[in-house]
Design a protein around this ligand. Structure first.
Ligand code: NAP
Length: 477
């Protein structure tokens, strides 16, 4: 399972060649690291058909067996964790230490899925609460939804696949997975391990090719009952528009914000804020992008934040000391430089970074950035953070909410009343009191409001999305 040879599609328990291949390059060195199969429409159709045919077998598989397969996958992945981390580091330019953390989380995600497989159940209902409902026994069950089309992004290539494949198998569904074109190697790796773990043929199919061709086919095919998508808002909204009556969950982007109230211990929070802004080059959907700091501590905050930023070790993702490396494409570097230029023209001050070295955008801190600038109102998805001064917490809450997005937001405060107000008023999927928004453990409900998406992941919540509620009524009259 090296990384330099021709890869194959995984359809119906077979590794399949294609006629056309594309070159996969390392984002950091530009070197070719693999040749990727470009699936044709016909092969995409075969993958969907395989998943469609396998759905009966998966639906009948007992819960303990589905759970055992997922536990075995977690065990195999743990055994080969270093290899898995190297694959992620290579294909995504994710610093190795961060890639290892992703593998550890992926193992957790599959374990949570294994546990969740055992507790999928409905409830009994008191129908006699309504006149005319007497003499009836009623209960609900949760049935697998069927074929799930899973489309995943490049930034957590292994764990975000786990957030789809894990709950899908836990609930007895089958999957057609289209990983991001830049990061399919980790998805193929998981397919190998799931085969070894005993997943039946056809229950997972992995196909690569252009999002537009392969993705579109999956989204519009009638045999696919649900689309679970993680990626950019533009693509997600397009998918929702095409998916008709399919169930659709969308985990999209954001321009996550943090409020820092007066009186907080800056020494304690600065390292965490810097890591929230720059982990994996800011290519994290809850990356810290906007910080609103109370005027009483603003200058101190900026000084300490910039000093901590300058300590970041920049370099080769495969070097264990590296903390920040290349952006995913040269186009993203150029986009960021344009946005920084726009910010400067608009009166923002560059307190750190602002330039690029090759494909590495230096960690960039902007001050006094206006809310209308791209770096503020769009998702930057890069190592750029802006720090603005506010004169009250309410002003900060309003600024956080002045966004098309709403995934997670954080507030540091010693004031319990303010914390409660923020929890109530912040219009996001998750509020973090005394933490940055860049926090996720894998069983918590995770998802956004507004253009950050619809539906929730986190194993229990994803299983709910991936099952159909059925009502059964026995008439005893
Ligand atoms: P992306 O460009 O939207 O791509 C995501 C996936 O969609 C890829 O597999 C892509 O395939 C595919 N795709 C592209 N066009 C498609 C189409 N027309 N129909 C169907 N599928 C299509 O996103 P990305 O750049 O990989 O990831 C970054 C984005 O993901 C950011 O916006 C980030 O915030 C978001 N994200 C959200 C969460 C969350 O949980 N909320 C987590 C992580 C990331 P190709 O690669 O072949 O183009």
């Amino acid at each position: 399972m090296g990384t330099s040879q021709k890869r194959k599609l995984w359809i119906d328990g077979q590794w399949i060649q294609t006629e056309t291949y594309s070159l996969l390059r390392s984002p950091y060195t530009g070197d070719v690291i693999a040749e990727l199969p470009v699936a044709t429409e016909k092969q995409t159709d075969q993958a969907i058909e395989a998943a469609y045919q396998a759905r009966g077998k998966m639906a009948k598989m007992p819960a303990h067996q589905r759970s055992a397969i997922l536990y075995e996958l977690a065990r195999l992945l743990k055994e080969r964790a270093n290899e898995a981390a190297e694959i992620i580091a290579l294909e995504a330019a994710k610093p190795l230490t961060t890639a290892k953390a992703e593998v550890a989380r992926t193992i957790e995600t599959y374990r949570f899925a294994a546990e969740e497989a055992k507790r999928i159940h409905g409830e009994s209902l008191p129908l006699d609460a309504a006149p005319g409902g007497e003499g009836r026994l009623a209960y609900t069950t949760r049935e697998p939804i069927g074929v799930i089309g899973a489309i995943t992004p490049f930034n957590f290539p292994m764990n975000l696949v786990a957030h789809k494949v894990g709950p899908a198998i836990a609930a007895g569904n089958t999957v057609v997975l289209k990983p991001a074109s830049q990061t399919p190697l980790s998805a193929f790796f998981i397919a190998h391990l799931l085969e070894e773990a005993g997943l039946p043929s056809g229950a997972l199919n992995v196909i690569t090719g252009s999002g537009r061709v392969v993705g579109d086919r999956i989204v519009t095919d009638d045999r696919v009952a649900m689309i679970t998508f993680t990626g950019s808002p533009a693509v997600g909204i397009g998918i929702r528009n095409k998916a008709g009556l399919k169930r659709v969950t969308l985990e999209l982007g954001s321009n996550s914000a943090l409020i820092v109230d007066r009186g907080v211990d800056l020494e304690k929070i600065i390292p965490r804020c810097v890591s929230g802004a720059f982990s994996f080059q800011g290519q994290v959907c809850i990356s810290l992008q906007r910080v609103y700091v109370h005027e009483e501590i603003y200058d101190q905050f900026v000084e300490k934040f910039v000093a901590e930023t300058k300590k970041l070790v920049i370099g080769d993702p495969l070097d264990p000391k590296t903390e920040l490396s290349a952006l995913i494409t040269p186009g993203d570097v150029q986009r960021c430089l344009n946005w920084i230029e726009e910010a400067k023209q608009g009166g923002a001050v560059v307190a750190a970074g602002g330039t690029a070295e090759g494909n590495v955008l230096l960690p960039t801190v902007l001050l006094k950035a206006d809310a209308a600038l791209s770096v503020s109102c769009q998702e930057v998805f890069a190592p750029i953070v802006l720090i603005n001064k506010v004169s009250s917490a309410q002003e900060a809450i309003d600024l956080v909410n002045d966004s098309r997005f709403g995934l997670q937001a954080g507030i540091y405060t010693e004031n319990v009343h303010l914390a409660l107000t923020a929890a109530e008023q912040l219009h996001v999927g998750g509020v973090l009191i005394n933490d940055i928004p860049t926090f996720r453990v894998d069983h918590m409900p995770y998802g956004g409001v507004k253009e950050s998406g619809v539906g929730r992941e986190g194993l229990k919540y994803a299983v709910e999305e991936m099952t159909e509620l059925k009502l059964v009524i026995w008439n005893r009259n």
